[in-house]
Design a protein around this ligand. Structure first.
Ligand SMILES: *Cc1c(COP(=O)(O)O)cnc(C)c1O
Length: 394
């Protein structure tokens, strides 16, 4: 027996990613791992890249990198940002702030707009930054900064960036597939997502849409890596059944992505977004009715794919998370870096973006607090969430 066998597996995972997988994705991951240069696989790979483009509502087949999205974002910084580029980094959370550290390896200079991690970036601040620094060439935005559970106004910001002729990178890893966001809506030149969050897939791939302007900038960047894990160029044409792979693709992960995309497209995007938003709204209503506070400064910027709850005064996040896991087998996520210890995250991603899981989350959250000696009006929380669900309006 392995030493881990004494720990029981979770009953229900309501994490902020990696998430519970759709049964269909599990079946996809179990398909045969074909030889990558077999004509069947080359055609399949092109079909998957086209299917991902269809989901992202773009014409050009998706760029797939065979790593989880964090290195995919790092590869974007390495490939796109040249030694003469001034970068505007927009930081409303841990991922936004983190991009600046990657950017620093490649840029000439960085301008940063940072807001408290329970707020979002205002488009007016972006416009003001361009007024001061018309030489800004690349802008980086995290649409949903997951460790804060907050959403930035990507469309409004994207419009300003495009009007100034700069290139925009959008990290939509934990929002795409769970809400209405696509590369062209937000004028993204590099749009980055992956199967491991709202698509209910495994976390091992990066799925991207790259504009022609961005490819031109990469081609003109003398420092853009090639023959490297940080190279976008290497994989640019790999979607085509007639072009070689620079390295072996992660065949099993591509099988899983294919199934996750089928799940999303066949159910219908609008329906998928609706159940994410309704689950989040019901959860927020219940959390507040139990006398707890949301981390987001306003509900308007609270994510429909992840609810961040402030840790109640005098309590420890790790105690609450451990009690929910021990008493109910329910998994929540903590904060990360600067938000660690301040909040607990309830994920509404993929198969658990169903309203009934709002009730599950509230029962486990409230039950954990009770176990730790707090008085909680669990009934009020369940009533409030049930009322939202009955109304059906996200
Ligand atoms: C999950 C996530 C990523 C990717 O992180 P990995 O560690 O590669 O899974 C990137 N950006 C955001 C906003 C995320 O939520």
């Amino acid at each position: 027996m392995s030493s881990r066998s004494s720990i029981k597996p979770p009953v229900i995972t309501l994490s902020a990613g990696p998430v519970a997988l759709y049964p269909r994705v599990l079946q996809g991951l179990a398909r045969p791992v074909e030889y990558d240069y077999d004509p069947w696989f080359q055609q399949f790979y092109e079909d998957v890249a086209r299917k991902a483009a269809k989901a992202m509502r773009v014409a050009q087949p998706a760029l797939i990198l065979h790593c989880e999205p964090a290195p995919g974002i790092e590869a974007t910084a390495a490939s796109l940002i040249g030694p003469d580029d001034v970068v505007l980094n927009l930081a409303s959370g841990v991922y936004g702030k983190g991009f600046g550290y990657w950017s620093a390896r490649y840029h000439k200079e960085m301008v940063e707009i940072e807001v408290p991690f329970n707020e979002s970036i205002g488009p007016a601040a972006v416009a003001a930054a361009f007024k001061q620094r018309p030489d800004i060439k690349v802008v980086s935005l995290v649409h949903h900064d997951t460790p804060s559970g907050t959403i930035n106004p990507a469309r409004e910001i994207g419009k300003i960036v495009r009007d100034h002729g700069a290139l925009l990178i959008v990290d939509a890893v934990s929002s795409f597939g769970g809400m209405d966001i696509h590369p062209d809506d937000c004028f993204a030149d590099v749009f980055i997502t992956g199967p491991g969050k709202c698509l209910g897939g495994a976390p091992g791939l990066t799925v991207m849409s790259v504009s022609e302007r961005a490819w031109q900038h990469i081609a003109a960047n003398p420092k853009a890596p090639f023959a490297s894990a940080l190279s976008l160029k290497d994989w640019k044409d790999a979607w085509s059944k007639d072009k070689p792979f620079p390295f072996t693709p992660s065949v099993a992960e591509v099988n899983g992505l294919d199934a996750a995309l089928d799940q999303y497209l066949e159910e219908g995007a609008e329906k998928v977004w609706h159940r994410h938003a309704l689950t989040a709204r019901a959860t927020r209503a219940g959390i507040q009715a139990m006398g707890l506070s949301l981390w987001a400064k306003s509900e308007a910027i609270a994510s429909p794919t992840c609810t961040a709850v402030k840790v109640p005064d005098g309590m420890k996040d790790s105690d609450i998370i451990a009690a929910a896991r021990a008493e109910f087998g329910v998994v929540f996520s903590s904060g990360r870096n600067d938000t660690l210890g301040k909040l607990i995250r309830i994920g509404h991603m993929g198969p658990v973006a169903e309203p009934i899981y709002a009730i599950v989350a509230l029962t486990a959250f409230g039950g954990a607090l009770r176990k730790l000696g707090r008085k909680v009006d669990l009934g009020a929380g369940i009533e409030a969430a049930s009322a939202v669900i009955a109304q059906g309006k996200a």
